[in-house]
Ligand binder design. Structure first.
Ligand code: NOJ
Length: 512
């Protein structure tokens, strides 16, 4: 198996020709994509809703993390106030031409203590939002857990670190399937299963912010060597339990689909040295295989088990059988291509974390520091080809893809337009190569409360004016670009005139 993987991986490398020059041939339109392919935009509950203390919602681990000052002093107490402004936002989606909208349900808003009674106000909010979307023909794609695990469960038994999460998550998922499944056909159990475990329990950069020295900073609790593996294991078990329940009790009637989401870089070797090529395959095994191998093959990649040893939990025969095949689609959040260098010395350490076990160094391979992501759209072709060759071409949704910029009043976000143009063009290439991708969502619809730095960076098609008490939304150039694309207009980047025209529209909107 390993030999086969390396061979397919070497083949994939041939696909990685990096030029990023747009020509006339880069013109494409929405009509070049299959009619059933969906295009949309994404958000998540804690990053969008606000109303953190309203109508019975209780804190999540994200509230606690933010209020401890760990997101650059910012929090999502108000965020975009989507709890009150969702109707207005759905109107913006309609104007933009979104075909689908990806959002998440706040577990502590729906079931305030994590388990037990459902909050009627929470139920009402999500019913209203879903009905509004459906009314305008926008397909809802719902994530059940996007980092905001109820603090009550964290306090009671340590959240993801306990097997008890499997039962509570499944019961929560069941409430969602029962209450919303007549209208929601696309369910994702966990957002970024791999990064939830890594960010939250190794580096401590995301909720609940566990880590231990020397791997993370300012952590008061945690164990970076073992906790990420335990958290990911429980995520996989909770996912498979919820998916099983959906398939058994709801799918035949509701006719929906269920999957899990993970963060997926495209990795390429830093040099042509065999060591770097092998290290790159190892990095894919660690970042992608960690979540996808159990779901496709029933177990973790061999190299992970070898290098992490007893720190990575083992699946029982029954668990392996249950996890294997427990998905209808896989959601990918893809932003970047990074370069991998072999780093064998990390395996000599006694105290190791995930990165040390991976024995590889990740780099941007760039002389300049980027304020925005370097645009490497061919990476999307690479990662989709990888899923095709290694995992048998499962149905995929690109759940997140977008450009980061500083959050400011500049509506001329040309780097985001370039990014979208490049990646959507690459997506078309991937589909023409036979990828089974079914939809694309850009992150994010609005400028949100951002995971890593609160209100300092932004990914939105729409700027949200935090100085304005009504949190007014303004379309950026990228909103016009995406809207033109979605409305079937032929899009090219060599059309500087087109871009200039759009930026004039954008600025005049802002000055109104
Ligand atoms: C990853 C996460 O799913 C989302 O919460 C975050 O804001 C974006 N991608 C950007 O980092």
């Amino acid at each position: 198996m390993t030999k086969k993987l390396i061979l397919s991986f070497l083949l994939l490398l041939l696909l990685n020709s990096p030029p990023l020059i747009f020509t006339e041939e880069d013109k494409f339109s929405r009509n070049d994509f299959p009619p059933h392919f969906v295009f949309g935009a994404s958000s998540s509950a804690y990053q969008y809703e606000g109303a953190a203390f309203e109508d019975g919602r209780t804190p999540s681990i994200w509230d606690t993390f933010a209020h401890a000052g760990r997101v650059h002093g910012a929090n999502g107490d108000i965020a975009c106030d989507g709890y009150h402004k969702y109707k207005e936002d759905v109107q913006l989606m309609v104007e933009t031409g979104l075909e689908a909208y990806r959002f998440s349900i706040s577990w502590p808003r729906l079931i305030p203590n994590g388990r037990g009674p459902v909050n009627p106000k929470g139920l009402e909010y999500y019913n209203n939002l879903i009905n509004e979307l459906i009314f305008y023909g926008i397909q809802p794609h719902v994530t059940l857990l996007h980092n905001d695990l109820p603090q009550a469960l964290e306090d009671e038994y340590g959240g993801l670190l306990s097997r008890k999460i499997v039962k509570d998550f499944t019961a929560y998922a069941d409430v969602c399937f029962r209450e919303f499944g007549d209208r929601v056909l696309y369910w994702t159990t966990f957002n970024e299963a791999n990064i939830f475990a890594l960010g939250g329990y190794d580096a401590g950069l995301t909720p609940p912010g566990h880590c231990s020295p020397p791997f993370g900073m300012n952590c008061t609790s945690g164990n970076s060597s073992s906790e990420p593996y335990i958290a990911a294991h429980n995520i996989l078990l909770a996912h498979s339990s919820a998916a099983r329940l959906y398939k058994k009790n709801h799918q035949a009637r509701q006719r929906g689909f269920i999957g899990i989401n993970l963060f997926a870089y495209w990795f390429i070797p830093y040099t042509n040295a065999t060591e770097d090529v092998i290290a790159t395959q190892r990095a894919n095994d660690f970042y992608v295989g960690w979540i996808v191998n159990p779901m496709v093959f029933g177990d973790y990649p061999y190299i992970m088990k070898k290098n992490a040893g007893r720190r990575i939990p083992a699946f029982t025969k029954l668990e392996s059988k249950q996890v294997k095949g427990s998905f209808d689609f896989i959601g990918l959040n893809h932003y970047n291509t990074l370069y991998i260098k072999d780093n064998p010395s990390s395996l000599k350490r006694d105290d190791r974390d995930f990165n040390a076990d991976m024995a590889a160094k990740i780099t941007y391979q760039s002389e300049t520091l980027h304020d925005v992501f370097p645009i490497r759209p061919w990476g999307l072709v690479g990662i989709l080809e990888y899923f095709k060759q290694v995992y048998g071409n499962p149905p995929i949704y690109i759940h997140e893809n977008g450009q980061m910029t500083r959050r400011n009043t500049t509506l001329n976000d040309t780097p985001r337009v370039n990014y979208l143009h490049g990646f959507i063009g690459s997506l078309l290439d991937a589909l023409r190569n036979g990828s089974n991708t079914r939809g694309y969502f850009t992150w994010s619809f609005l400028d949100l409360f951002e995971l890593l730095d609160g209100y300092e960076s932004s990914f939105g098609l729409y700027y949200v004016d935090l100085e304005d008490e009504d949190l007014k939304r303004y379309p950026k150039l990228s909103a016009h670009w995406y809207s033109n694309f979605l409305k079937g207009r032929s899009i090219s980047l060599d059309g500087t005139i087109e871009v200039e025209k759009m930026s004039a529209i954008s600025e005049s909107h802002f000055s109104q």
